[in-house]
Design a protein around this ligand. Sequence first.
Ligand SMILES: [Mn+2]
Length: 315
Amino acid sequence: MKNKTINLKQILKNKNTKFLITTHEDPDFDGVGSALALAIQLNFLGFETKVWLVDALIENFDFLPTRSHIYREIPENFDYDVLMVVDASDITRVKKHALLAKNKLIINIDHHGDNSNFGKINIVQKDTSSTGEIIYELFRQMEWKITKDIAINLYTAICFDTGQFKYSNVTALTFLAAADLVTKGAAPDYISQKIFENNSLELFDILKKALDNLKINSKLKYVYSTLPECSAQNSHEVLNFIRSLKEAEIILLFKLNEEGEIKINLRSKNDFDVAKFAALFGGGGHRKAAGIKIKGELEHIKQTVIARLNAELTK
Ligand SMILES: [Mn+2]
C-alpha cells in the first residue's frame, strides 16, 4: 500500500482539491461506511468533499455518523477535481459514471477479485475482507487519526462484508482492525443490530416467497430460488438466510427486474469458485460471492445456468 499512498499524498498537497466520493449501484454498508469515513477525514483536512449515492435506501444508513454528507442528487455547481470510487470492481458499476468521471481524476479503492484498475490511482487489495479494511489500513499508513465517527463507519463496513466476521475473507488482520475500531468507539452489539436485526416486514414477505420457490439439490449440494425484483439489501438478507441450510454449499438467487433483465446472485461455502462460474455468463465477483446480469427469458436462463452448474459440478 505504501507506494500507492505516495500518489495520494501528492494529490492532497493541493488544498483546493475537491472530492466527490461514490460507490457501486445498490450501495451496501461496506461502500457507504467506507465513503463516509473518507469524507469525514477529507473534510477534516480542509478539503471540500461530498458523497453521492443515487439509489441508496437512505434509512438503512441512518445510524451512521455524518450521513449528512450524503447527496442523492449530483451536487449542483460542485466542480470537483477527484472522483473517488470505493468498493466497485469497475467504473461501469457506478451509475451515471460517464457524466461523473468526465475530466476527473479517478481514485479507485476496492477489494473485488475482478477489479479492472480503472483509476488513475488504484488502491486495490484483492485478498482483503472489505473496502472498509483497506481504508482502515490507509488511515494507518497516512497516520490519520481515527475518531469515533470514523471508527463506527469503518467497523460497519468490515462487519457487513465479513458477515459479522465469519466469512473466509476474514484474517487475523481483520480482527486487529476491528479491535482497534472498537477501542476507538465502535460498539459491536449496536452496529450488528443496526445492520442485521433491522429487517422490515417487506423482507419477511420476500423471504416467504424465496422459501416457497427454493429448489434443493442435496446430491450436488446447491440450492436456488427465484424472486421478482428485489433490492440488493433484501437479496443479501435472503441469501444469508438460505445459506444457513446444510445442503446449501452453493446458492443461487434468480431475480427478474422490470426491464426484463435477470440478475443472479451466487454464493459459495466450499471450494467452488462462483466468480469463475459467473464469468461463463459475463458476470464476475469474488470466489465466494458473485453476480450475473443477463437479458432474456427467466425460465430459459434458469435452465441454462442450472444445466451448466450440473455439468461443472460433475466434471
Ligand atoms: Mn465490499
